[in-house]
Design a protein around this ligand. Structure first.
Ligand code: ADP
Length: 159
């Protein structure tokens, strides 16, 4: 059984993330979506809230688990007993950062591997930060995030 981890901020989880999750499961048997508890970054949603929303999206799925993690990704991978990470690539601008992160993780853990999946064209413009900005200004982002996330954002910004 091939297990992988999909780490990220997911603040909030978008349809771009959703597509990467579904497509990665054509390659691996089980995926853990790992929500980074990043204390230095200013987030909209608490990590536990993000986990709750993503769990709702994948309710009833035995091939997907969702949890938070903190600290070094390679330490988390060791704990999960895997060396395989999934990441999405939207544009060349993602590549430089992802390449640097891969090289560092590979230096820290020699067996470390990343499977990169290219975003589909219809998702390549979607990012959590732009979704938040548009939602905060009253724009319609209902086709860019799962329904539960949409409702949560409306609740926050319609106050
Ligand atoms: P991070 O802060 O770790 O980059 P994100 O939640 O922004 O966390 O992204 C997590 C992963 O999902 C990254 O690999 C990112 O490139 C990928 N990703 C984000 N948005 C999309 C999208 N629209 N299509 C495909 N992959 C995406």
């Amino acid at each position: 059984m091939i297990r992988a981890v999909y780490p990220g901020s997911f603040d909030p989880f978008t349809n771009g993330h959703l597509d990467i999750v579904e497509r990665s499961l054509l390659v691996v048997d089980h995926l853990t979506i790992a929500v980074l508890k990043n204390t230095s970054k200013k987030n909209l949603l608490e990590p536990e809230k993000r986990v709750e929303l993503i769990r709702e999206v994948f309710k009833g799925r035995e091939d997907i688990s969702v949890e938070t993690f903190s600290g070094l990704l390679v330490d988390y991978l060791k704990m999960k007993n895997t060396t395989c990470v999934i990441r999405g690539l939207r544009a060349v601008s993602d590549f430089d950062y992802e390449h640097a992160v891969f090289l560092m993780n590979n230096r820290l853990l020699h067996e470390f591997e990343t499977i990169f999946l290219m975003a589909r064209s219809e998702n390549s413009f979607i990012s959590s930060s732009i979704v938040k900005e548009v939602a905060s200004l009253g724009g319609n982002i209902s086709d860019q995030v799962p329904e539960v996330v949409y409702r949560q954002l409306r609740e926050i910004y319609n106050k």
